[in-house]
Write a protein that binds this ligand. Structure first.
Ligand code: F6R
Length: 248
């Protein structure tokens, strides 16, 4: 794993945007695996600026998103489809037909999971998978559990995730209790993985994920087994990991 230390959130966003920009520049028809949440907002802003400056062309890019709340339509301003449109897709020349997000409105979980796995198979290998990390070590919505899920599945969100995400909703009751997420197996198939983390409140989980045992209790720990992971994190988020590595 390569670790790139950033000063703060803005610096993390720029450094991560450099990596995605290089990917698109070097391979115009890249398949990007994308994430939502607070972590990538600054990164998407940088990508939009670079597109507007004429430095990036998304016309051949395909994207697959990690996850979507079950029960929310793409028009709902809390859905991850809405997030992607408003933070990135509406502002660059990506072909929306080539942007894929699980369908939160599909009530039949089995059908939606099979459909999304077929989408993943059809788009081919993800060139670079962007990941944020939950406070409990989740990646996508792969919550801590007894085993690593391979393919797309419907999850019951952990209480800590509901609490972390209630800031985006009017009340905690409005946070959907289930989501569709790409499985760990699919995430691990990406050619490269870019993890972005910021803030002192994630310092402990970053250390557990990257210097602790590989366990489904800390889903992000599986990334230790991937051959091409870049962690771009600010000083605050890296503080515990650096201490642990110094002790090794
Ligand atoms: C979102 C996703 C989640 C987030 C994680 C961190 O698509 O897959 O795993 O990356 O919950 O969220 P933030 O960035 O809001 O702290």
């Amino acid at each position: 794993m390569r670790i790139i230390e950033a000063v703060d959130y803005e610096d993390m966003s720029r450094k991560a945007a450099n990596i995605i920009s290089a990917q698109i520049t070097l391979k115009s028809d890249s398949v990007l695996g994308l994430a939502t949440g607070s972590s990538p907002v600054g990164l998407y802003k940088c990508l939009v600026e670079r597109y507007q400056n004429g430095d990036l062309d998304f016309s051949q890019v395909t994207s697959v998103n990690l996850d979507e709340y079950k029960g929310l339509s793409g028009d709902n301003d809390q859905s991850y489809r809405y997030f992607m449109n408003s933070h990135l897709f509406d502002h660059v020349n990506i072909d929306k037909i080539q942007t894929f997000v699980p369908n939160g409105l599909e009530a039949d979980s089995r059908q939606e999971c099979e459909r999304y796995d077929q989408v993943l198979a059809d788009v081919g290998r993800v060139d670079i998978q962007l990941l944020g990390m939950g406070h409990n070590g989740h990646i996508g919505f792969n919550e801590p559990g007894d085993f690593f899920h391979m393919g797309t599945h419907c999850v019951d969100l952990a209480q800590s995730t509901i609490e972390a995400n209630k800031r985006f909703f009017a009340t905690e009751e409005d946070v959907p209790r289930q989501a569709y997420t790409m499985g760990i197996g699919s995430i691990m198939q990406a050619a490269g993985i870019l993890v972005i983390v910021s803030g002192a409140e994630k310092a402990g989980i970053v250390a557990e994920a990257f210097a602790g045992p590989v366990t489904p209790r800390v889903p992000a720990s599986v990334l230790q087994l991937h051959h091409n992971v870049i962690l771009v994190a600010d000083q605050a988020a890296l503080s515990e990991l650096k201490k642990r590595m110094a002790d090794l």
